[in-house]
Design a protein around this ligand. Structure first.
Ligand SMILES: Nc1ncnc2c1ncn2[C@@H]1O[C@H](COP(=O)(O)OP(=O)(O)O)[C@@H](O)[C@H]1O
Ligand SMILES: [Mg+2]
Length: 238
């Protein structure tokens, strides 16, 4: 579902970025509205680099990022959260030495609504977290810490949530649960989502549109229902 009026959620053009002088992303254009936009691609394709670039954690070599009508190409990473961009990294998404509750409260420092109200919503979305709130985050299972990382980003009341492979390495039950939550976050809370995934089948079920990244280049951008298996295979170079 795309917006018809107002600025787009996120528009990026000609994005180039990488590490230590090595270019990873090569001229990526992105135009994301109020939708679930999935970035698919093989290991090493550049999904994490793309999300981290959007979150301003990886510097741009060229190109621009416009978020909710404002050019954010040069802002520091810490400002993206205050502007409504929530980022859940692929790894190291929790503070291990803090409890679950303390982790969530870190996100609650931003935004206008009361932290209590937002905490209630996070516990309604992930009921397991309420029971775990006193536990040190470093002792949680993989699935539990993903829920904490996601909950902390939601505590910031984001307009756009960047989720980097939230289900990687999780058991099938957790994978199904997470994909349901992703739909709930979008449909019930109205949050736009950019989801990086390797699990194409599941990701295409929840996505409105999809970009296939291949060796740092945008191989295809399609409505999720229109992406063919051949395009997917070619994009994954298999
Ligand atoms: N911190 C880093 N320093 C140097 N190269 C990196 C770094 N992170 C990723 N890369 C390289 O960038 C490319 C894309 O990686 P990444 O964005 O993690 O892909 P994906 O998330 O799709 O698996 C890979 O070739 C990877 O080796
Ligand atoms: Mg990655």
């Amino acid at each position: 579902m795309s917006e018809t009026t107002g600025p787009r959620m996120l528009e990026a053009s000609g994005l180039r970025s990488g590490y230590h002088g090595v270019t990873v992303l090569k001229d990526i254009d992105l135009d994301v509205g109020n939708e679930v936009f999935t970035v698919l691609g093989a290991n090493g394709a550049g999904k994490t680099t793309l999300l981290a670039t959007l979150a301003r954690l990886v510097p741009l070599t060229s190109g621009s990022i416009v978020f909710r009508g404002d050019n954010v190409s040069a802002i520091p990473a810490f400002e993206t959260a205050a502007r409504g961009m929530g980022y859940v990294p692929q790894e190291r998404g929790v503070f291990p030495e803090l409890t679950v509750l303390e982790n969530l409260n870190v996100g609650g420092m931003i935004g206008e609504r009361s932290p209590e109200e937002r905490m209630r919503e996070v516990f309604d979305l992930f009921p397991d977290l309420e029971a775990l709130q006193g536990q040190m985050a470093g002792t949680l299972s993989g699935g539990e810490s993903r829920m904490v990382a996601c909950g902390r980003a939601l505590m910031q009341d984001p307009a756009l949530l960047l989720l980097d492979e939230p289900t990687a390495g999780l058991s099938p039950l957790y994978v199904d649960m997470f994909f349901e939550k992703i739909q709930e976050i979008h449909q019930d809370k109205g949050v736009s989502i950019i989801l990086a995934e390797q699990n194409a089948t599941k990701a295409l079920e929840v996505a409105d549109r999809v970009m296939v990244l291949s060796l740092g280049e945008s191989f295809a951008v399609k409505d999720a229902a229109e992406l063919t298996t051949d395009q997917l295979k070619e994009g994954y170079r298999i």
